[in-house]
Design a protein around this ligand. Structure first.
Ligand code: CAA
Length: 383
């Protein structure tokens, strides 16, 4: 897109929203309940997003992508999440996995790995967390040892979104155990590399259509050119990546909440009790008013953060963490209130709001728990 986005979307951004909403209402929403109930990857939704170029919109035109800026990408993720949170992890995790290459990868790595993602022939995941290294990501144990022109990778990553479905993985590993966070490096690993395997899919509360698995590396031999950026700067690259992609989780949270608010608003108009629509009662109206107000505040903070992401502003770390934290807490509140507004009907699978409430929960946890976001925010204030 031509102009650097400000906080408010331009008419071009709104056109992208409209186009994405049409695809999602038509071809993603109808699969959402089944994808959740069956816990299967939403292939039909992927195909629809891919046909409309919404599966990895952030990839620049130079690498065969459509070059959506950070705000447009956030809007796409928001709109997909409004209908199906699991499907919104397709554009979100493609951005997360490829961001290290976009920030620090060699031109050769970018040319090799970004066009297949842009075309929709491959997806890209991000491997940071380990069984004993979640919030304390720098405590990772996965090890890469250099032997001449080859790195040999051993270890295990946990909670890897879209694992097994993605063809490519950015993997963070210790290359110098004496250097702590300064001894970590990033590598591109392919699903088909010898020694790569996957655990059974986790049985999750929500986002059930997005597989989450362990990924194992058993003597995986990587050519030296798979190193992303500079040796020893992998941990900073991991955090720089998250600065950008926490904005996409904020957008996902906004989308989930919007889906729940839309459903609850139409429901309370139809549902009659005491001889009138329950929307006539002020108690219900006040709930809707609070939900919409918090949602809009989160959306504006998310868009402000997206503008920072697009420009890589110095205060992106603050804005990314603040938007993710605020929007995901909001999404949990709004989806819980949506369930409340539907009463008993909100609690059963015949209606979508219980799914939205379960899906919202993960946004408070992944890409850094909201406790970690508060640590990041406070450190920015006190530094
Ligand atoms: N950008 C660049 N560099 C940064 C940075 C940033 N945002 N934040 C810190 N750094 C630098 C520091 O300056 C420091 O560099 P020096 O060694 O040169 O001084 C280095 O990185 C280490 O920083 P800290 O000492 O602050 O590191 P820490 O060990 O205290 O950890 C943390 C900081 C904020 C707690 C970090 O570990 C963190 O964010 N943890 C949460 C992990 C996380 O978000 N995991 C999500 C997994 S991905 C996922 O969930 C995806 C999915 O499923 C969809």
């Amino acid at each position: 897109m031509s102009d650097t986005p400000l906080f408010a979307p331009t008419p071009e951004h709104e056109a992208i929203r409209e186009a994405c909403r049409a695809v999602c209402d038509d071809k993603v929403a109808p699969n959402a309940a089944e994808v959740d109930q069956q816990a299967v990857f939403p292939q039909a939704s992927y195909d629809a997003l891919r046909a409309a170029d919404f599966h990895a919109p952030h990839i620049p035109e130079a690498y065969d992508g459509v070059g959506a800026d950070a705000l447009a990408t956030a809007i796409v993720i928001e709109e997909v999440a409004r209908t199906c949170a699991s499907s919104s992890l397709i554009p979100a995790v493609n951005k997360l996995g490829t961001m290290p290459l976009l920030l620090a990868g060699s031109e050769d790595l970018r040319r090799r790995y970004l066009p297949p993602v842009a075309r929709g022939d491959a997806m890209f995941s991000y491997c940071l967390s380990e069984p004993e290294a979640g919030s304390d990501a720098a405590a990772m144990k996965t090890r890469a040892v250099r032997h001449g022109d080859t790195w040999v990778l051993d270890g295990a990553k946990r909670w890897i979104t879209n694992a097994g479905v993605s063809d490519y993985y950015t993997v963070f590993a210790v290359t110098d155990p004496d250097q702590g966070a300064r001894g970590i490096s990033a590598f591109v690993v392919e699903k088909t590399d010898a020694g790569v395997s996957f655990g059974a899919p986790e049985k999750k509360l929500g986002i059930k259509g997005s597989p989450t698995c362990e990924v194992y590396f058993d003597g995986v031999r990587l050519p030296a050119d798979r190193l992303v950026g500079v040796e020893g700067e992998g941990f900073k690259l991991a955090l720089r990546t998250l600065d950008h992609t926490r904005v996409t989780i904020a957008a996902q949270a906004v989308g989930i909440a919007q889906g729940a608010l839309d459903y609850a608003t139409s429901y309370v108009r139809e549902r009659r009790q005491f001889g009138r629509p329950v929307a006539d009662f002020q108690g219900v109206q006040f709930m809707l008013a609070d939900m919409a107000t918090k949602l809009e505040a989160a959306r504006q903070l998310t868009y402000a953060a997206a503008a920072r992401s697009e420009r890589s502003d110095a205060d992106l770390t603050f804005f990314g963490a603040a938007a993710k934290c605020f929007a995901s807490d909001m999404a949990m509140e709004v989806t819980t209130d949506a369930v409340q507004l539907l009463g008993g009907y909100g609690y059963v699978q015949d209606y979508p709001v219980e799914r939205m409430m379960r899906d919202a929960k993960i946004t408070q946890i992944y890409e850094g728990t909201n406790q970690i976001q508060r640590v990041v925010i406070a450190r920015q204030l006190l530094k």
